[in-house]
Design a protein around this ligand. Structure first.
Ligand SMILES: O=c1ccn([C@H]2C[C@H](O)[C@@H](COP(=O)(O)O)O2)c(=O)[nH]1
Length: 182
């Protein structure tokens, strides 16, 4: 993005905006690793020094791959036959995969607005910023509860939660990568 163009999100510095594009791209790359056939989610945790300290995507618990169904709860009356009972969410995996002692003060970039269980995890782990891409499940009660949790919680300051609005800049960044360039 040229340095004299208007930032899509006016309240961000140019540096913050470029970081958003970069780290959301990383979250998207990790989403691609998810085996969930319907919704692939990626998360990338960044510390206050701008270093990535955790990444994750939604997947079955280690050792359980291929042993539990990927069916949605609308596809089977028995909840034990649906993925919701088993799948580890992207945010959970990013937090438990952390390479630092903790994730206090960090920013989590996540490709889908967190559910209520992930919102709890985010708060309790001390993450202070949430940047999300899609909010396609905004009508779900879990999402509504997550909004409330993130709105009320303080870790110790209020959590700042915002939607990433610059999909085209992510596309441009990913398109510009040429690993075979001489
Ligand atoms: O905060 C979240 C919410 C959901 N996920 C995962 C869990 C599932 O694998 C999918 C959602 O599937 P749908 O078919 O769209 O209901 O996303 C997550 O990782 N983090």
């Amino acid at each position: 993005m040229a340095s004299n163009t208007k930032l899509p999100q006016d309240n961000l510095t140019r540096r913050q905006y470029k970081d958003d594009v970069y780290f959301m791209s990383v979250a998207l790359m990790f989403a691609k690793k998810s085996p969930d056939p319907s919704t692939q989610v990626g998360a990338c945790i960044v510390n206050e020094g701008g270093e990535i300290v955790g990444v994750g995507f939604n997947k079955m618990p280690d050792g359980c791959e291929g042993k539990f169904p990927w069916k949605h709860d609308t596809e089977d009356e028995d909840p034990l036959n649906t993925k919701g009972m088993y799948v580890c969410h992207a945010e959970l995996n990013a937090i438990v995969n952390k390479t630092s002692v903790d994730v206090k003060g960090c920013t989590i970039y996540v490709t889908l607005f967190p559910c209520n269980e992930c919102a709890k995890l985010i708060v309790q782990s001390g993450i202070k910023n949430v940047v999300y891409l899609s909010n396609k499940h905004k009508e779900r009660n879990g999402t509504k509860a997550a909004f409330r949790i993130l709105d009320e919680a303080s870790t110790p300051k209020n959590i700042i939660c915002r939607q990433f609005e610059s999909k085209q800049d992510v596309r441009d960044l990913l398109d510009s990568i040429d690993p075979f360039a001489e």
